[in-house]
Design a binder for this molecule. Structure first.
Ligand code: IPD
Length: 264
């Protein structure tokens, strides 16, 4: 597994260079995808590089990138979001991160999230704990409603789950924030700086969450779908709730109350 992690770290370092080289660079042109979210030349360059390197080193493995895929029949899939937080990236806000997981039969076994601006490399191998730049990290132990509790949440038009409804309830019991990068917010959960992350993504949502699922859980937290169920991370997901573990059921209970009827 260490070999796979080393490989992922090398890709992350390359991604960091591309992200910074193209930051606020006019030649990094922006396009809009069918779901109306932006994609830049830097996103595509990183995704293509990953495919090239996987083909060189692990050619039997698949790559499921948010911008490009290379699919085989292998149970090993490299699941990647080349730039998580592209929208903030295009606005010159230094919050975006690179995210890459090796998923075996639906389960993330190696994960890397890299913040190139602060040079913070978050890593995990399943069963071996979570690290930031080789220092062990851990979630916090805040309870629901406790003073200082902070939760990040994402929302967008046409998401399957309208998280504004959830936010209206959560805001009574915590400080809500919106960082603009789900994977970055998840790393703040893993480091204990905030206590939860709410992500309503579905279709290609696994690309944003796969690495965070492993890193947050290896840091002692909990990650499930919107209703508390485990799910695969080599295909579309049913939203994601990433927490310190302690507040998990509190959020799931609210979700079951406000969303279950409208979805099923
Ligand atoms: C986005 C970020 C953001 C979330 C968006 C995601 P992307 O990922 O995670 O925080 O609110 O919905 O799509 O598109 O920049 O990879």
């Amino acid at each position: 597994m260490q070999e796979y992690l080393d490989f992922a770290i090398e890709i992350a370092k390359y991604a960091g260079i591309v992200i910074k080289d193209n930051f606020l660079n006019d030649s990094n042109s922006i396009e809009y995808k069918i779901d109306r979210t932006p994609v830049t030349i830097a996103d595509k360059k990183i995704n293509s590089y990953l495919i090239e390197k996987v083909k060189e080193k692990y050619k039997e493995h698949s790559v499921d990138g948010e911008e490009e895929k290379y699919l085989s029949n292998s149970k090993y899939v490299w699941v990647c979001d080349p730039i998580d937080g592209t929208s903030m990236y295009t606005r010159g806000i230094m919050v975006s991160v690179f995210s890459l997981a090796l998923v075996f039969d639906g389960v993330p076994i190696v994960g890397v999230v890299y913040d190139p601006y602060l040079d913070k490399m978050y890593t995990a191998i399943k069963g071996n704990g979570a690290y930031c730049n080789d220092k062990k990290i851990h979630v916090n132990s805040k309870k629901y409603g406790e003073l200082g509790l902070s939760i990040d949440w994402c929302m967008w038009n046409k998401a399957k789950y309208d998280t504004i409804k959830l936010a209206e309830i959560l805001r009574e019991n915590c400080k809500l924030c919106q960082l603009g990068s789900t994977a970055h917010a998840a790393m703040l959960v893993a480091e204990g700086k905030i206590s939860g992350e709410i992500f309503p993504g579905t279709d290609h949502g696994h690309c944003d969450i796969a690495a965070s699922k492993l890193i947050v859980e290896e840091a002692g937290g909990k990650v499930t779908d919107f209703f508390g169920n485990d799910q695969r991370y080599d295909q579309g997901i049913n939203g994601a709730i990433l927490t310190n573990g302690i507040i998990h059921d509190d959020i799931i209970k609210i979700n079951k109350r406000i969303y279950k009827k409208s979805v099923n």
